[in-house]
Write a protein that binds this ligand. Structure first.
Ligand code: LMR
Length: 398
């Protein structure tokens, strides 16, 4: 049976990492997968994380199972991070949070919950979106529709196209938003646009599902929550998926959370009961280590401050690279306008490079970029910038 299977396609992002790892060229550059690199091109363990791990090692007394929803203290920390400490949703106990294996795990649990427990089985995602969104929701059995998002000509948000399409979404259908640092475009709605989207969500009664994978890497931990908080202020029910892969650098610990918000505590608990059953039937209960780290950091005043500073340092380095990239391209004689890259936020930008140029960069120069032209700005350093921009200038010159 197995030999008759068709060859599986390579994953557009993780498949690229595999190809990069097999590339023997010493000066290769990986701007594919969304992983943060420091100035030395390394993905370090954050100091706050290391300290929390030392703490955990001392404190830990058992490897007993966590509950289906993971560490309860994590849920409290996640809600404070997402909504802000004194938010009425927290005070009113309208939210419940489950620890999940990364953001991806949270999205899959959300997808299964929508498909199997709610009346509508359609979800709308931005065009474009992170390719795995389509895979996850289709695997959950949902029908996936798209709404316009990125205006390729204007290199910004197609807000009117987005609103027009979302006006047509039926009540009860789910709509996926990226809370900040839109993946792959780096283009986010403004605070005013989020208000309009929240008003529309409430009026049309669709179910917002917010993917919050990059909190703190755009404009700040609080600033990046503007959209999710605008929605939470208006809609009675929503789902939020947090990831701590990027802002804690905990990529391989697989730590995230799914938060369900309901109109009152009884409805929140009801929904949460179903979410726990969904979890039980996929992976039973989550692994403990990542949750222990995140909770230890967020609960300890000194560690929390250290972490906030470390997130700011990552954010500032990424934004610094955006400017250096645009300036260096100019010094290489590139005449196309790349200034839009400095207005975008988070790890990613659409470079505007076409698939042929992306392929040439990979084949000829060992520079890896995701098909469609998405670049991981967090993979740029002052040491690889010159080589990168020389290569791009040559490719653009044809
Ligand atoms: C990315 O978009 O590169 C990251 O979210 C990593 C992944 O799992 O695709």
């Amino acid at each position: 049976m197995f030999e008759r299977l068709e060859t599986a396609p390579s994953d557009p992002i993780l498949g690229l990492t595999e190809a990069f790892n097999h590339d023997p060229r010493p000066d290769k550059i990986n701007l594919g997968v969304g992983v943060y690199k420091d100035e030395n091109g390394k993905t370090p363990i954050m100091a706050s994380v290391k300290k929390a791990e030392a703490e955990l090692l001392k404190r830990e007394t058992t490897k007993n199972y966590l509950g289906m929803a993971g560490l309860p203290e994590l849920g409290v920390c996640v809600q404070k991070l997402v909504f802000g400490s004194d938010h009425p949703i927290i005070a009113a106990k309208r939210a419940c949070s489950a620890q999940t294996p990364g953001g991806t795990g949270g999205l899959r649990v959300a997808g299964d919950f929508i498909k199997t427990r709610l009346p509508s089985t359609k979800i709308w995602v931005s065009q474009p979106t992170w390719p795995n969104h389509n895979g996850i929701f289709k695997a959950a059995g949902l029908e996936v529709g798209t709404y316009p998002y990125y205006d390729a000509a204007g290199k910004g948000l197609d807000f009117s196209g987005m609103i027009k399409a979302l006006e047509q979404v039926a009540a009860g259908e789910a709509v996926l938003f990226h809370a900040s640092c839109h993946n792959p475009s780096g283009v986010d709605p403004t605070a005013e646009q989020w208000e309009q989207l929240a008003e529309l969500a409430a009026r049309k009664k669709w179910l917002p599902l917010v993917d919050f994978a990059y909190q703190g890497l755009g404009d700040g931990l609080e600033e990046d929550a503007v959209g999710v908080r605008a929605l939470a202020a208006r809609v009675p029910e929503m789902l939020i998926v947090s990831s701590f892969s990027k802002n804690f650098g905990l990529y391989n610990e697989r730590i995230g959370a799914l938060t369900v918000v309901a109109a009152d505590p009884a409805a929140a608990n009801k929904a949460f009961g179903h979410i726990k059953i969904v979890i039980r039937t996929i992976y039973s209960n989550p692994p403990a280590h990542g949750a222990g780290i995140v909770t230890t950091v967020l609960q300890d005043t000194a560690l929390n401050k250290l972490w906030v500073d470390e997130v700011a340092a990552m954010r500032n380095r990424i934004n610094g690279m955006r400017h250096l990239f645009v300036d260096t391209l100019k010094t290489k004689g590139v005449r196309q306008d790349f200034d839009f890259i400095t207005n975008q936020r988070g790890m990613f930008s659409f470079s505007g490079l076409n698939d042929e140029q992306v392929q040439t960069l990979r084949d000829k120069y060992g520079i890896y970029i995701v098909g469609g032209g998405r670049i991981n700005v967090a993979g740029m350093t002052t040491s690889n910038m010159d080589r990168l921009c020389t290569a791009i200038a040559e490719v653009l010159a044809g």
